[in-house]
Design a protein around this ligand. Structure first.
Ligand code: ADP
Ligand code: MG
Length: 483
C-alpha cells in the first residue's frame, strides 16, 4: 500500500490474551488439567454441571491470577464474584461459562514494552479468571465433528488491554513480553502452538489525528507471535482499502488464514450473542485476605525486566545481550548456573550466544533440551581458558563430539580426539630443535634477515604435532633458538 495513503490513517489495536494456568486440577472441579490425555477422560459430573453438583473454586488458580496482576501493577480485587456467561455451543457442556464480568480479579495495570520506536507502557483494562470450553475437532470436513471435553473447565486468565496500541510491531512485542512474564512467573507454559497462550486482536482504523474510535474487527486463531503481527498488518491494510474505496467497516469477527496471512469473516455484530450475564448462584463471593495477598507478594519471583536491569548493572551487558539471556527462564537459569563454573561473565555469555546457540538453533532445540549441564559447559570453557585447547577446536570439534557423548567429560573427549595442545615445554622444545637441525640453510637465511621463514618453521611444527601446540609457547621457543 502507498505510504501516503497509509499515513492518512491511524490503526488502533487492543488485545485479548487467554492464558492457560498451570494448575493440577480444573478451575471448579478436581479433574486433571493435563494437556494431551486421551479425549474425554478428565471429565467429571461437576465439569458437566450435572444437576445436584456444585462447583468449588481452585485456590491455586486464584493465586496464579493474582501473581499476573501483581506483575502488571494491577489493582487486585479483594472481593469478587463469578458470573455465568450463557450461550449454546457443542463444546460447552454446561450451556454457560463461568467467568468474571463485573468484578475481574485484577483491574487496570500496565506492561512495559520496547520497540524500535522506543519504550512504552501499555495500559491494561483488566485480567479476569474464567473456565475454558472443550475442543471441537473436524477430522475430515465440516460434516464430521468430534468433541473433547478434557479442556472444559480448565482455568484461564483473560488479559484485556486498552485500545492503545497502534503498530503491529507493538502488539507483537507486548505479546512476547506477556509470554515471557507468564513463563518467569511459572503460571503458564506460554505455548501458542498448543494453544496454552491465545491472542485475539481487535483492530480498527481512524483518520490520523482523530480521537474517535472506528468500528473494530476481531481476529482470532493466530497460533504464533509472528502470525499475530501478520494478521494485524493485513487487517489494517484491508480496512484502509475499504475506507479508501468508500466502504464502511463492518464490526465482525474474522478467522486468520495461515496460508495467506489474511482472514475470513466468521460472524458479524448482528449475530452476536446476548450472554445474559448473572452471578453464579452456586458459588459464594470470594474474599482475599490482606494476609494472603501479602504472602503472594512475597513469593513473587524476579521478572524479566528486573533481571535485565540487574544484568546491565552488574556486568554492563548490552540491551541485545540481556534480551538474549532473559528470553526464557531456562536460559537465564542456565546462564546463572554456568557462572558457578566460569569466572568471566562475558566468556560464559559468548559461549551461550555463540557455539551453543548455533547448535540448538540448527537442531531446532531450546536451551532446556540441551543435554549438556552448565558444569560440562564450564569444563569445556576451562580447557580453553587454561590454553589446553584452542577456542576454535573447542567450538568446532570438541563441542559437537561432546553433544554426541553427553555423559563424558570434556577433557576425556578432547584427549581421545587428540585435541589437547602439547603444553609440556620439554617435548615441544625437543621438536623445535629437531626442526631447526633438519633445515640448516633455512636457519641461516633466517639469521640473514628472511624473518618470514618463521611461518615455515611453525608450519613444520604444526605438521609434526597435528596442530596441537600452544602457538604462543611455540613462538617463544623458536625465538629462543633463532635469535
Ligand atoms: P466488546 O464490548 O466487544 O467486548 P471491549 O470494549 O470489551 O469490546 O474491548 C474488547 C477489546 O477490544 C479490548 O482489548 C479493547 O482494547 C479492544 N477495542 C475496543 N474498541 C476498539 C476499537 N475501536 N479498536 C480497536 N480495539 C478496540
Ligand atoms: Mg468486552
Amino acid at each position: 500500500m502507498d505510504q501516503e495513503i497509509r499515513d492518512k490513517y491511524q490503526a488502533v489495536i487492543g488485545l485479548e490474551v487467554h492464558i492457560q494456568l498451570l494448575t493440577r486440577s480444573k478451575l471448579f472441579a478436581g479433574d486433571s488439567n493435563r494437556f494431551g490425555d486421551e479425549p474425554n477422560t478428565n471429565v467429571s459430573i461437576i465439569t458437566l454441571a450435572h444437576p445436584g453438583t456444585l462447583p468449588k473454586l481452585n485456590k491455586r488458580a486464584l493465586e496464579l491470577a493474582i501473581k499476573m496482576g501483581l506483575a502488571c501493577h494491577s489493582t487486585i480485587s479483594q472481593h469478587m464474584i463469578f458470573d455465568r456467561k450463557n450461550y449454546f455451543y457443542p463444546d460447552l457442556p454446561k450451556g454457560y461459562q463461568l467467568t468474571q464480568d463485573s468484578t475481574p480479579i485484577c483491574v487496570g495495570g500496565k506492561i512495559g514494552i520496547a520497540t524500535h520506536i522506543g519504550e512504552r507502557e501499555i495500559e491494561l483494562n483488566r485480567i479476569h479468571l474464567e473456565e475454558d470450553a472443550g475442543k471441537s475437532f473436524h477430522p475430515h470436513d465440516a460434516s464430521e465433528s468430534l468433541v473433547d471435553f478434557n479442556r472444559a473447565g480448565t482455568p484461564l486468565i483473560e488479559l484485556v488491554t486498552e485500545p492503545t496500541l497502534h503498530q503491529p510491531e507493538e502488539a507483537y512485542q507486548l505479546l512476547a513480553e506477556i509470554r515471557k512474564m507468564v513463563r518467569f512467573l511459572e503460571i503458564c507454559d506460554g505455548n501458542m502452538e498448543q494453544g496454552s497462550l491465545r491472542c485475539d486482536a481487535n483492530v480498527s482504523v481512524r483518520p490520523a489525528g482523530s480521537m474517535e474510535l472506528g468500528p473494530k474487527v476481531e481476529i482470532k486463531n493466530m497460533n504464533s507471535l509472528r502470525n499475530v503481527r501478520r494478521a494485524i498488518s493485513q487487517e489494517i491494510e484491508r480496512q484502509i482499502s475499504l475506507v479508501e474505496s468508500g466502504h464502511a467497516i463492518a464490526s465482525e469477527t474474522r478467522s486468520f488464514q495461515e496460508k495467506t496471512g489474511g482472514s475470513v469473516a466468521m460472524r458479524t455484530k448482528e449475530e452476536l450473542n446476548d450472554y445474559r450475564y448473572f452471578p453464579d448462584p452456586d458459588l459464594s463471593p470470594v474474599e482475599i485476605s490482606d494476609h494472603w495477598l501479602q504472602q503472594i507478594k512475597e513469593s513473587m519471583p524476579k521478572l524479566p525486566h528486573q533481571l535485565k536491569t540487574e544484568l546491565q548493572k552488574d556486568f554492563g551487558f548490552s540491551a541485545d545481550d540481556v534480551e538474549f539471556l532473559t528470553e526464557s527462564p531456562e536460559m537465564y537459569e542456565y546462564y546463572t548456573q554456568t557462572l558457578e563454573f566460569v569466572k568471566d561473565p562475558v566468556t560464559a555469555l559468548n559461549w551461550l550466544k555463540g557455539p551453543i546457540r548455533s547448535y540448538t538453533k540448527d537442531a531446532n532445540l531450546t536451551i532446556a533440551d540441551l543435554l549438556l549441564s552448565p558444569m560440562q559447559v564450564g569444563e569445556l570453557i576451562a580447557l580453553v581458558e587454561e590454553g589446553a585447547i584452542s577456542f576454535s577446536q573447542a567450538a568446532q570439534k570438541l563441542l559437537p563430539e561432546l553433544l554426541q557423548q553427553p555423559h563424558s567429560k570434556p577433557r576425556d573427549i578432547a584427549a581421545s580426539l587428540g585435541l589437547l595442545q602439547i603444553r609440556d615445554e620439554n617435548i615441544l622444545e625437543e621438536t623445535v630443535v629437531e626442526i631447526l637441525k633438519a633445515f640448516p640453510d633455512k636457519v641461516e637465511s633466517f639469521k640473514n634477515g628472511k624473518k618470514g621463514l618463521l611461518g615455515f618453521f611453525m608450519g613444520q611444527l604444526m605438521q609434526r604435532t597435528d596442530g596441537n601446540v600452544d602457538p604462543k609457547l611455540a613462538n617463544e621457543l623458536f625465538s629462543k633458538y633463532l635469535n
